[in-house]
Write a new protein. Structure first.
Length: 141
């Protein structure tokens, strides 16, 4: 059970925008993708969420862009869970160029746990809350 999940890939050409670097929308998509990968690795699969009748929805995203990324570059995305409250969780992300070790962007998402039928926030199920080891600010990459 990794506290900090890491995923690397080569940036595809379609991630670039008319400015010649990765579009900001791609970062949001990657945030969702790595959060899902980390969740599934921890045993919080789509099937579990269906069984529980709950889903996570994004309340807000915050991204700070530090350096541009480009199609063909390798990118490493690290993600971790900072806190789990009654019906919310804060997840952070760091985007790194592994070749230069430059931090390209850092981000966070405030997730809300909701009943899939009603869309109303609900208490995070114990199967979900126990699946993640929280990362303190001192442990963040």
């Amino acid at each position: 059970m990794p506290k900090i999940y890491s995923h690397s890939f080569i940036i595809p050409p379609e991630a670039n925008d008319e400015n010649g670097h990765v579009n900001n929308v791609a970062y949001v998509q990657w945030m969702q993708d790595v959060a899902t990968m980390h969740s599934e690795l921890q045993g919080c699969t789509t099937e579990l969420y269906h069984k529980l009748g709950c889903i996570w929805i994004a309340r807000s995203h915050h991204i700070e862009y530090l350096k541009p990324a480009f199609a063909g570059d390798e990118i490493e995305i690290k993600t971790w869970v900072c806190n789990l409250k009654r019906a919310r969780s804060l997840r952070r992300y760091k985007f790194i160029n592994p070749k230069s070790q430059n931090v390209l962007a850092q981000a966070e998402t405030d997730w809300v746990y909701v009943n899939a039928e009603t869309g109303r926030p609900c208490k995070v199920d114990s199967e979900v809350s126990q699946a993640f080891i929280l990362v303190s600010p001192e442990e963040e990459p």
